[in-house]
Ligand binder design. Structure first.
Ligand code: SF4
Length: 526
């Protein structure tokens, strides 16, 4: 794969050919924990930190030394960071909103205990909140939008001790003499030209244990769902995707390493029928049979695209799971969200997937502006219907809506009297609280109802039989002793009865159970 036609600002310095690269510096890229607790589940222990892996692959291609630190999979990550950080020219922290709390802890440790090594923050949250990110005390630089080129240029400028070049690096924010500067956006790049993924920078033990390799083959999303961070990020990041040739090339490399499953993280992998057709042709030519996963939209399930026949064809070439963002069972809310789906699309997709032996999963939200009691009832009804067709773990939520800046829905929250967090620390504080108690949501019309339904979520929405089956399967997988398995079944059924009773009687006052649970959680996290 060629990557030589990328335009990189090297400030007139030669980075060398691929064979003879000059040293452009050492960057340590850190993947912090989501929230603050690491459970070290088997899944987490094998996780590949995809965002910093992609960044690192790009940087190593152009001569940088890259060390990845993954707090999700590495129990000794903090010690590894203490050892390696003093040799770094730059430390990069990737930050989703759920990672802020831990990112700030890591940044503080670096600056107060390790040394004054420059820290750059990038990822979704710094893209949504560039100003708040760069105003954070321990953060020296922020990169918003796609990070590869800006990160390379920043590392190079730091290594060469040329702060005067900061102003030429697109998507960078930085501090100078107490002032904050933001540079303009870069023209969109074609990711197909990006260098090959570099497996050598991953933890080799984790890599060997991989059966399912994560891939991102496109970035951005052209849709306009009003709750989604892509709508906000899209202003700064245009949709672009790898060519089918590049996808197949990386899949073949994965297969050579023993991978048998690909988890394609793209926000909407099935966006174009012609691309899916090409992809299927490519899969048919791979040297080994593989399985794969992709995110999808429910309205694609129709006679001229994801038809019953086409789904069966996709299944026989490895499509085993799809994930669908359903969000609400109410047509009114789906229109408000500009989702472009109807409840009937969810039911059709579930039925057709079940026929083709593909496992779909659906995510739902409640607690949105404009949402009224009948809308929530519609959501519960459709979850119940989907549960009758699908196994329970395939329903995510209903989760609580979180407003993201720049969307119409965010403005509706503000108009309802909500005061968004002002600093990154405020976001961290909000995240470290427990869900509904963490902050005020004045846009919710019936907060008592939303709190109880969110608290019990699936226990209210699912049939009893399926709940018992789920708990027993979970207990078997986690090898719980019999008495613990039955205790969990008892608790889940107790919760389901209480939740369903509250829902039936429309009685949401005195939420003692949510308070007890929040107290237990805070004791547990001390
Ligand atoms: S289709 Fe999915 S990724 Fe795209 S804007 Fe809608 S919710 Fe976001």
């Amino acid at each position: 794969m060629s990557s030589e036609n990328l335009e990189i600002n090297t400030f007139g310095l030669n980075t060398g050919s691929n064979e003879n690269k000059m040293d452009v510096g050492h960057v340590v890229l850190v993947h912090p924990l989501e929230y603050t607790k690491n459970t070290f589940t088997e899944e987490a222990k094998q996780s590949i930190p995809i965002s910093i892996w992609y960044l690192g692959s790009y940087l190593t291609h152009y001569g940088a030394k890259v060390t990845l630190i993954n707090f999700e999979s590495d129990k000794n990550a903090i010690n590894h960071l203490r050892e390696i950080a003093p040799t770094a020219d730059l430390i990069g922290l990737t930050m989703m909103t759920s990672q802020i709390t831990h990112s700030l802890t890591v940044a503080k440790i670096i600056k107060e205990e390790i040394g004054d090594i420059p820290i750059v923050a990038g990822g979704v949250h710094p893209t949504l909140y560039p100003k708040e990110t760069i105003e954070t005390p321990y953060v020296d630089f922020g990169i918003y939008g796609e990070g590869e080129i800006a990160l390379f240029e920043l590392l190079h400028a730091i290594k060469e001790k040329k702060p005067e070049y900061y102003s030429t690096i697109s998507r960078l924010s930085y501090k100078k003499n107490g002032e904050i500067f933001y540079n303009s956006d870069r023209t969109p790049v074609d990711h197909s030209n990006y260098p090959d993924l570099n497996y050598s920078i991953l933890d080799q033990k984790v890599l060997k244990a991989q059966e399912s390799l994560p891939l991102i083959t496109s970035r951005g999303c052209p849709y306009n769902c009003q709750f989604c961070c892509n709508v906000v990020i899209a202003e700064k990041q245009t949709f672009s995707s790898w060519t089918t040739e590049k996808i197949m090339y990386e899949m073949r490399r994965g297969i050579e390493l023993g991978v048998t499953d690909f988890f394609i993280w793209d926000d909407n992998f099935f966006q174009k029928k012609s691309k899916t057709d090409e992809f299927l042709k490519g899969i048919k030519k791979l040297p080994k049979k593989i399985t794969w996963f992709g995110n999808c939209r429910a309205e694609y399930f129709h006679q001229n695209y994801l038809s019953r026949e086409f789904l069966k064809d996709l299944r026989s070439y490895g499509l085993t799971r799809v994930s669908i963002g359903a969000e609400s069972g109410s047509e009114k809310m789906l229109t408000y969200l500009q989702k472009g789906n109807k409840p009937e699309h969810f039911m059709r997709s579930a039925e057709w997937c079940a026929e083709a032996d593909i496992a779909p999963s659906y995510s739902f939200m409640i607690g949105m502006p404009k949402e009224e009691d009948p809308d929530i009832h519609e959501t519960i009804k459709i979850i119940y219907k989907l549960c009758e067709i699908l196994p329970l773990p395939k329903i995510l939520g209903p989760m609580l809506y979180l407003p993201l800046p720049g969307s119409g829905m965010f403005n509706d929250c503000v108009n309802a009297g909500w005061q968004p967090p002002k600093t990154i620390q405020d976001w961290a504080d909000m995240n470290s609280g427990y869900g509904f108690h963490a902050y005020n949501r004045p846009w919710i019309k019936n907060p008592k109802m939303v709190r109880i339904i969110w608290f019990y979520s699936l226990l209210i929405c699912a049939p009893f039989g399926k709940i018992v089956k789920l708990i027993r399967t979970y207990s078997r997988l986690t090898k719980h002793p019999k008495h613990k398995e039955w205790l969990l079944v008892f608790l889940a059924l107790g919760g389901a009865i209480l939740g369903k009773l509250r829902y039936k009687l429309n009685f949401y006052a005195f939420p003692v159970e949510t308070k007890i649970f929040a107290s237990l959680r805070s004791i547990n996290s001390m």
